[in-house]
Ligand binder design. Sequence first.
Ligand code: ZN
Length: 242
Amino acid sequence: MRTLVISDIHANLTALEAVLAAAGPIDATWCLGDLVGYGPDPNECIERIRRLPNLQCIMGNHDAAAVDSIEVDAFNPEARKTVLWTKEVLSQGNKDYLLNLPERIDLENFTLVHGSPFRPVWEYLLETRSATLSFEFFETPYCFVGHTHLPVSYLLPDDRLTAQLVVPEPTTSMTLAPRAILNPGSVGQPRDHNPHAAYAILDMAGYTLEWHRVEYNILSVQERMRKENLPERHIARLSSGW
Ligand code: ZN
């Protein structure tokens, strides 16, 4: 069974389509939130994701803001501008879909959240101290997170008290340690200085996780963003992956 794990699509349909083409046949999809925000294709991304097989999907902070579940003031002015634009263009059906997304899903052996198991929508796991503390807040062996837009794993072997940070190279695979917090990186707005769309494939048979990157037509996304007058900084950062 091959499960596609994606996060932070951020209304970038071109990146999402490139990921789906590169991933090949999949049996299930886990989406860790932020379907919208920053990018030009919020409706198209939600509709594409909703059609993916055996989907489990979490609410991200940008999704919550687009449906008034959290205050738009929590965002910086540029991100806020896109949140307001997104609210304007989203269809009612897609708003209803976002509004009903859960903040956390507990599956057999896996917990899914956007930010962290302690604060599912907002907390950023950026270093080992907060990651180590996070292991107290989920019961399953593994927790998938997104939100930072950085592909990373925090491993907690049986003989250690502190989580170990491992930054995966693209196209590597790892067999899951006894406990781990895993971030596949961002599909639509990577921030690890690699502009290629990030995703992961979980193979349940051997409990292995493969980390992948795929190129996509960034210029076409930037063109659509300019047409909608979205913030120039968010347009420019797609080229550098930062
Ligand atoms: Zn995000």
